[in-house]
Design a protein around this ligand. Structure first.
Ligand code: 2P0
Length: 320
């Protein structure tokens, strides 16, 4: 009754920000993301009648804060009369810092839990269950480039490009490794309740999704770059105009954006995107990755870079 799964985090190019239904964790907007290969979370779920309660170990340390979300995720998948679980998670990148660790963690947990309980769900059904726990986790069930559609009562997922079809690369510039002060779930609700820009953000999302989808299908890098940066900055404008304001950037975040702007002016195929944290993800074409990496590593305030190609879908790696 034990299984191990690996999932990669995904980075949204057209962002999910805001919920239509908090109880069912349904997003208010669709989103498009890329799954990264070099970053991963590995999760083992052990179901045992000998355990008195669920246990969660994250990177070698017991975690109480995430345990209720993990327990709810297991209940929705296996049922609330299930055996208790020991869940052990390891990520090779900073967690809760705007690098989509909840996406990879909940995708891997869902796959491992289904494996441990010997349940067979199809990919979309599993993705929906993971999405109940973390909206972005549903996208890590697909490799390459994926679209999550907000279809009324539920979500649906479509692969827009397999990972080898349009081999985009990503240079992640890590400017801070400490966990963020406000988690995405709470921050989205603050935006919905207080930001004067929230309704126009929601209204215009379908337009951005259409433009990005079309650019991806014709592999138009500049077209995708323009709409992705626009969508990212709109999402941050919603956050900045919230009360209290949510400002996830630091000075190095801004400097990285300026580095990307300079590279673009020099003819580099690169664009930035930033999530609920201070890290900058520079998406580029393979021919420009080295130049982008060198420029970002030399940007003051950057602590580390991680370079990645597009990654595979969440998967089971061991079942006993
Ligand atoms: C995204 N983010 O589309 C956006 C951009 C952060 C900024 O999805 O509340 O941690 O658990 O559904 O999955 C963060 O999403 O939020 C997120 P919940 P989650 O990637």
């Amino acid at each position: 009754m034990q299984a191990t799964a690996i999932a990669q985090p995904n980075i949204a190019l057209i962002k999910y920000w805001g919920k239509r239904d908090v109880d069912r964790n349904l997003p208010a907007v669709g989103s498009i993301s890329i799954t990264l290969s070099e970053l991963y979370t590995q999760v083992t779920v052990e179901l045992s009648g000998d355990l008195a309660s669920d246990e969660l170990i994250v990177n070698g340390e017991e975690s109480q804060s995430m345990l209720p979300r993990i327990s709810r995720c297991l209940d929705s998948l296996i049922g609330d009369t299930r055996a208790r679980a020991r869940v052990t998670s390891h990520s090779n990148f900073p967690i809760a810092a705007g690098l989509a660790s909840s996406a990879s963690a909940f995708a891997a947990t869902t796959v491992a839990a289904a494996g441990a309980a010997n349940l067979s769900y199809d990919t979309e059904a599993l993705a929906r269950l993971a999405g109940l726990a973390s909206g972005s986790a549903a996208r890590s069930f697909y490799g390459g480039i994926v679209e999550l559609k907000n279809t009324g009562d539920t979500i649906s997922l479509t692969s827009l490009s397999e990972r080898d079809v349009w081999p985009l690369q990503v240079v992640v510039a890590i400017t801070e490794t400490a966990p963020k002060a406000t988690g995405s779930t709470a921050a989205m609700e603050i935006s919905r309740e207080t930001s004067p820009f929230y309704s126009s953000w929601i209204e215009r999302q379908d337009q951005d999704l259409d433009v990005a989808r079309a650019a991806i299908l014709r592999r138009d890098f500049r077209g995708l770059a323009a709409v992705a940066e626009h969508n990212c900055l709109k999402m941050h404008s919603v956050m900045w105009a919230s009360r209290p304001p949510m400002m996830y950037w630091n000075s190095a975040t801004m400097r990285c954006m300026q580095t990307v702007r300079r590279l673009q002016a020099e003819g580099c195929n690169v664009f930035f995107t930033i999530d609920a944290g201070p890290q900058v993800k520079a998406v580029c074409l393979p021919a420009d990755t080295e130049r982008v990496s060198e420029a970002l590593v030399a940007t003051p305030g950057v602590r580390k870079i991680m370079t990645s190609v597009l990654g595979p879908a969440a998967r089971l790696v061991l079942q006993t």
